[in-house]
Design a protein around this ligand. Structure first.
Ligand SMILES: [Zn+2]
Length: 248
């Protein structure tokens, strides 16, 4: 009985801590530039107020009411794109009827919504922003980035950042990732700022080269991993000079 009482007390304490954390961690909408906003829910979502539409890139864990947030700025129709199919980018898709994504990540999207395919070279024009889609498989098979050539910025999802970038399991491939980063590096003259979903908000275009260099060091076996326990399994973190990777 004593055990049961202390178990229930512990449970209540855990619930109250979780609730308090949830309330205190309600993410804010932050203005990055004119008509360009960010919501940081430990995975960043970006939205752009166009003259014809609003574009939301990624939907985080789904803890934010996106329509309410966006309606503070615009009543235009909302279009949704996800950079890839991981759960910390697709969590809020159930709030919408449809989304754009690369077809190769469609199977990762479990929400019952209409999935519309985006492929390399496609353009999304919302009036005052025009985004070009570049396929960069590696982190997932269907990873994409959005390049705004006139304004010289890139929305990179998880693929260009200091990391650790998740590169384990069946969906992540290092060779493919390196090839994709080489492809992306060809656009560097069109990129001043790279906006990432995790860790530091923005990087310079040189970070694409750092991703290539450190992924190559990993492939060559030149990084000794640090081991840690996370979500019931041993994770290996490979820390390169600028970029680190979680890998098997
Ligand atoms: Zn991811």
């Amino acid at each position: 009985m004593k055990k049961l009482t202390s178990f229930i007390a512990g449970l209540l304490l855990a619930v109250s801590i979780c609730t308090a954390q949830e309330k205190s961690s309600e993410p804010k909408t932050v203005k990055i530039d004119d008509n360009f906003y960010c919501i940081d829910d430990s995975s960043r979502q970006f939205f752009f107020i166009g003259t014809e539409k609003v574009l939301l890139v990624d939907t985080g864990f789904g803890r934010v009411d996106f329509t309410a947030r966006i309606r503070e700025f615009s009543n235009l129709p909302i279009e949704v794109v996800i950079t890839h199919g991981h759960g910390d980018h697709t969590g809020g898709l159930k709030q919408f009827g449809e989304c754009f994504a690369n077809e190769r990540d469609f199977s990762m999207i479990t929400e019952e919504i209409t999935k519309k395919p985006l492929k390399d070279g496609d353009k999304i024009d919302i009036g005052n922003f025009v985004f070009e889609i570049i396929e960069i498989p590696g982190h997932t098979e269907g990873s994409i980035v959005l390049l705004e050539k006139n304004k010289k910025f890139l929305i990179a999802g998880d693929s260009v950042q200091e990391g650790p970038i998740f590169m384990f399991g069946d969906v992540s491939k290092f060779d493919t990732y390196i090839a994709s980063m080489k492809k992306l590096n060809k656009y560097k003259k069109n990129i001043k700022t790279i906006y990432s979903a995790h860790n530091t908000l923005s990087y310079g275009a040189e970070y694409i080269k750092y991703c290539i260099e450190d992924a190559k060091l990993f492939k060559a076996g030149k990084i000794i991993p640090e081991e840690s326990e996370s979500m019931g399994r041993t994770r290996k973190t490979y820390k390169g000079k600028h970029v680190s990777f979680f890998a098997d």
